[in-house]
Design a protein around this ligand. Structure first.
Ligand SMILES: [Zn+2]
Ligand SMILES: [Zn+2]
Length: 135
């Protein structure tokens, strides 16, 4: 019983951690964040739980950025901007995909679109500024 309770406490903490941030964390980030309050937490447990959450639709994967898979607690369809320099993943919630674009995808797919993952890549404002300053 004690083991099960402990395991679900970790599970709850991991899910809450991903949902509480908009930084689109990696497993490593979640692990570093929770380790001080859950000393017996292992990186493997974080990986396993994030993978389960993904299968259960509780989190989505933003894909691999700089070699690490990144997760999002916001499962509503939205667009991302990924900085190729500092690996920041930003939400572009207010981007309005023109109806024509989604209609075009819909027509091409021929079925029904229920979800989408769209990411743009480039330099974030901070990295843009740093690049300009270095010139
Ligand atoms: Zn950046
Ligand atoms: Zn997001």
């Amino acid at each position: 019983m004690a083991t099960i309770r402990k395991r679900s406490r970790k599970r709850d903490a991991i899910l809450a951690c991903v949902r509480a941030t908009t930084c689109h964390p990696s497993a490593e980030w979640v692990y570093q964040r929770l380790k001080p309050t859950i000393p017996d937490l292992s990186l493997g447990t974080v990986y396993r739980n994030l993978s389960m959450f993904k299968d259960e639709g509780l989190v989505i994967s933003v894909g691999t950025v700089g070699g690490l898979e990144r997760f999002d607690g916001n499962t509503k369809p939205h667009t991302h901007f990924v900085c190729t320099r500092c690996s920041a993943v930003l939400d572009l919630m207010d981007i309005n995909l023109e109806d024509g674009f989604l209609q075009n995808v819909h027509d091409t797919a021929g079925g029904a679109i229920t979800d989408y993952r769209l990411s743009f890549y480039g330099l974030c404002p901070d990295c843009m500024q740093a690049a300009n300053a270095a010139e």
